[in-house]
Design a protein around this ligand. Structure first.
Ligand code: THU
Length: 129
């Protein structure tokens, strides 16, 4: 996995975001265990609550192709701050991707890497059911 190239690709991916209401563009690339890339961007809808975040779109696309094992997700936005995934996306990523590495990137390509289990400690999941 070429971290530097993936960071640049995730930054470039923001161009594909459909973010005409917030003007805040997010790209996410989910890397599978066998190094396939699944890409997501945020897609906003005029009825705002129907918006989907980049991270969830990426993982839903992968899951729809039957992929269950992942290494990492790269997330980049327009922010000066590194891009921390929202609470809803953390829950979904924990369920569908597990304890992967999360590369959180700012608009300048600076990044921080954390594990999903650090971002969602004591998360609820199927082990409770
Ligand atoms: N957004 C994402 O796509 N991912 C995040 O982790 C945070 C927020 C999107 C949702 C909305 O389209 C815009 O960014 C502003 O919240």
């Amino acid at each position: 996995m070429d971290t530097k190239a993936l960071i640049q690709e995730t930054l470039d991916l923001r161009q594909k975001a459909y973010a005409i209401y917030s003007n805040f563009h997010v790209g996410a690339i989910l890397v599978t265990e066998d190094d396939q890339k699944y890409k997501g961007v945020n897609i906003e809808i005029s009825s705002y609550g129907l918006t989907i975040c980049a991270e969830r779109l990426a993982v839903f696309k992968a899951r729809a192709d039957g992929i269950e094992k992942f290494k990492a997700i790269f997330i980049a936005s327009d922010s000066e701050k590194i891009t921390s995934p929202c609470g809803a996306c953390r829950q979904v990523l924990w369920e569908l991707a597990g304890d992967i590495d999360v590369f959180m990137i700012n608009r300048h390509g600076e990044y921080k890497k954390m594990k999903m289990s650090q971002l969602l400690p004591v998360g609820f999941d199927r082990s409770f059911l």
